[in-house]
Design a protein around this ligand. Structure first.
Ligand SMILES: Cc1cc2nc3c(=O)[nH]c(=O)nc-3n(C[C@H](O)[C@H](O)[C@H](O)COP(=O)(O)OP(=O)(O)OC[C@H]3O[C@@H](n4cnc5c(N)ncnc54)[C@H](O)[C@@H]3O)c2cc1C
Length: 317
């Protein structure tokens, strides 16, 4: 395959869309592998360690726990090596890898070196940047008082996809994580290397790229869904064949690289201009202090945001 194929897509399963960060394409793709007793290597939130950790997934229950974007750099540990053993122990089977661009490119190369690349489908997520796991862990411990969260969502869609919020549940009570998410969007906690990320482009080292299809209303106003739509980029024949196998589970339209444009398909996220000051404050005062201080939104900006959202709601009626 020479040109990247582009689609706007959503799973037909409404319950899945509500629980997914975008249009639930990860679930549609992973169903295909689970239906054939194949494996998935991807990250899920570990409530004991407050980390997002890679693991080999073989059941729908485990897969469901991997849903949702978690704004923490994920931890791979020795799972890549374990996936090699799994493939060698299960010769007739395949594996789906899902991770952000740097992880996916590394995994694809690793599998080439192992002579196993033809048995894995490598999927990467469009990525704004990977935030420090240390800051998250410290903040999570501060919010939970050392107890364990029972649920977490960095994109709770009860208020819609575009106006989602971030929450954790502790002892049956919801705690807002919106300040944490704002710090992430404001680019304070991203790894230094994210600002020179070579994977923020349309062509990739993977078979498929998935992300959010932002600004869909400009190119396909009649295909917009308030619960979100995924963007799918197919880079290889293997990716195109997989799309063929799952297309009946999706509502989809073909698009192009111009209409699906977003910044991280063209260039890396720049650091916040006062990033060094943020980290100096963090080292002196800790995570709770910096997240509170740097997440504040100036009053004028808050008012402008509210007016913009109201106007958008009125115009979309
Ligand atoms: C840190 C991060 C930044 C992102 N930035 C953008 C962006 O700028 N633009 C954009 O269009 N899309 C971005 N995405 C991707 C987008 O948010 C959705 O994850 C993607 O569209 C898949 O959504 P879904 O509805 O198909 O599946 P979901 O069910 O939401 O699937 C989530 C998938 O992401 C994996 N995952 C979740 N968190 C992590 C993590 N920290 N590290 C590795 N894998 C993880 C899960 O294992 C699962 O495979 C980002 C995702 C992450 C994790």
């Amino acid at each position: 395959m020479t040109d990247t194929k582009v689609y706007a897509a959503r799973t037909k399963d409404r319950e899945v869309i509500e629980k997914s960060s975008s249009g639930g394409v990860f679930t549609a793709i992973s169903n295909h592998f689970l239906d054939h007793n194949d494996a998935i290597l991807c990250a899920s939130y570990n409530f004991e360690t407050n980390r997002e950790e890679f693991g080999i997934i073989l059941t729908r229950e485990e897969r469901d726990r991997a849903r949702g974007s978690v704004y923490i750099q994920s931890y791979a540990g020795d799972t890549w090596k374990k996936s090699v053993s799994w493939l060698k122990d299960n010769p007739g089977h395949k594996l789906l890898f899902v991770g952000v661009g740097c992880q996916a490119a590394g995994y694809a190369r690793f599998m080439e070196m192992q002579g196993l690349r033809d048995r894995v489908t490598v999927t990467d997520l469009i990525c704004h940047g990977a935030p420090s796991p240390k800051i998250w862990r410290e903040y999570a411990e501060h919010l939970s008082g050392g107890e364990r969260f029972s649920a977490i969502s960095f994109r709770d869609k009860r208020t819609g996809w575009e106006h989602s919020s971030a929450i954790a549940v502790l002892n049956g009570r919801e705690i807002s994580l919106n300040k944490y998410r704002r710090i992430y969007s404001k680019r304070y906690t991203l790894r230094k290397s994210c600002s020179v990320c070579p994977y923020t482009r349309v062509d990739r080292y993977t078979d498929i790229t998935i992300g959010d299809f932002w600004h869909l209303e400009k190119s396909m106003p009649d295909f917009v869904d308030p619960m979100g739509t995924s963007l799918i980029l197919l880079h290889t024949d293997k990716g195109a064949e997989l799309f063929e196998s799952i297309r009946d589970d999706l509502d989809y339209r073909e698009s192009n690289t111009a209409d699906c444009w977003q910044m991280n398909l063209e260039r890396p996220t720049e650091h916040a201009p006062d990033r060094d000051k943020f980290w100096k404050d963090y080292r002196e005062r800790g995570a709770a202090y910096v997240i509170d201080k740097y997440s504040r939104v100036p009053v004028l900006k808050r008012i402008k945001g509210r007016i913009k959202r109201s106007m958008k709601a009125i115009l979309s009626k």
